[in-house]
Ligand binder design. Structure first.
Ligand code: FEO
Length: 399
């Protein structure tokens, strides 16, 4: 259902309360999501971004209740991943000649997805589209989150349409940041950053500098997922500035998997040792086979150091550890210390292999891997506590 944002701008997107995964099963969306599309009515009319294909028919029908589609002068596609461009083919069946404004890479992606020869107009940073009263100013923002991405700034209404940037997978009946639970909102905004944008942090930092240097008033930031930032919109820009600079809190996360609880016992004793060395530090334990993988990546994002533990199985590590290590490698976390541990019965290969993966993923492995045979007895548990203490001393000493 359409919702008016300003006299000239109406939200015409779709709130998807049922979404539980995104990007296949790569991203868990515990609080659903939304695909935000905006209708701008000035002397000229613009439709900005669409929605994911399963909602395409519903989207086009709802749009018809708001406007005669033939009155849409331009379509602006800020980013053409399927969640935003999926409804475009259905829409274009109705208005096939309408110009589609996007970056050159955006055109290539649309062509690659839908194989249509629509009326594309390529735009780059600084190009404008005059709507009569207000103007749209295009700002390329490659890798936020795909190479084609751009932001669009609307003069007069002073709105920054940022597509994925500043977004959250967060379904809400309210459109605005000041009307939702702030804990949920920031959890989802940070999870989105950690799991989708962190690896592009250098581009995020650069783009924010560029936008701030434009020195334009920003009354609202309208992303393509989640709520609109209307109350102090710059708060999320400031959060992104912090997140983009090798973000960390005073936290250590211990990620492990376990077959018969020996590695779990090790993890718990190591955690106790960490707290003994530094009672100010927050320590979190995450069993990678039981906890949500994206929440674990968010905890890693918040940490100044991590430990990863696995028993040795088949001369290697457990599969959930393999999965999480691949995720944290790809997300390119910076300035984080690490170490590996695990229990074993005979070969004991896992901790060394984990340490190698951590190094390859850019982690600073500050302590040799630690392994224990069979089930830890009291003496072995004391060794784990000592290992945790020494690890934390090394983290603090290395700071
Ligand atoms: Fe929401 Fe990169 O698409």
């Amino acid at each position: 259902m359409a919702k008016k944002i300003t006299d000239k701008v109406t939200w015409v997107g779709k709130v998807d309360w049922e979404l539980v995964y995104f990007h296949g099963k790569e991203y868990s969306t515990d609080r659903g999501s939304s695909y935000n599309s905006y209708l701008i009515r000035d002397k000229k009319t613009v439709l900005m971004d669409t929605v994911w294909k399963p909602f395409g028919r519903e989207y086009v029908e709802s749009l018809k209740e708001v406007i005669d589609l033939k009155d849409i002068d331009y379509i602006v596609m800020n980013h053409n991943e399927s969640d935003h461009s999926g409804a475009l083919p259905l829409l274009m069946e109705e208005i096939p000649d309408t110009p589609v404004y996007c970056t050159k890479k955006g055109e290539a992606i649309i062509r690659g997805h839908y194989h249509k020869d629509w009326n594309f107009v390529n735009v780059k940073t600084g190009d404008t589209l005059d709507l009569g009263g207000s103007k749209l100013v295009f700002i390329e923002a490659p890798m936020l989150h795909w190479p084609d991405t751009m932001f669009t700034y609307m003069t007069g209404e002073e709105i920054l349409f940022s597509n994925d940037g500043f977004g959250q997978h967060y379904a809400s009946e309210s459109l605005y940041n000041d009307e939702v639970d702030q804990g949920d909102l920031y959890h989802e905004a940070m999870k989105y950053y950690a799991n989708i944008l962190n690896l592009y942090s250098p581009m995020v930092a650069k783009k924010i500098k560029e936008i701030l240097a434009m020195n334009v008033p920003v009354k609202m930031i309208c992303p393509s997922h989640g709520v609109i930032w209307r109350d102090n919109p710059m708060q999320i820009v400031e959060a992104y500035q912090k997140w983009a600079e090798a973000y960390q809190e005073n936290q250590v996360t211990v990620v492990y998997d376990t077959m018969w609880n020996s590695t779990r016992r090790m993890a718990e004793c190591i955690a106790a040792g960490i707290r003994e060395a530094d009672p100010s530090v927050t320590v979190k334990l995450c069993n990678s086979s039981k906890l949500d993988k994206n929440d674990i990546c968010t905890e890693v994002f918040k940490s100044k150091a991590i430990l990863i533990g696995s028993p040795t199985i088949n001369y290697g590590f457990m599969y959930s550890i393999g999965g999480i290590m691949e995720m944290i490698r790809g997300l390119k976390f910076k300035n984080k210390k690490a170490a590996a541990f695990g229990s074993y019965g005979w070969s004991g290969d896992a901790p060394k292999m984990i340490a190698e993966h951590l190094k390859a993923g850019g982690f600073d492995v500050i302590k040799d891997e630690f392994k224990l045979m069979w089930v830890p007895d009291e003496d072995a548990r004391k060794k784990c506590v000592r290992f945790g203490k020494e690890f934390m001393d090394a983290v603090n000493g290395a700071e």
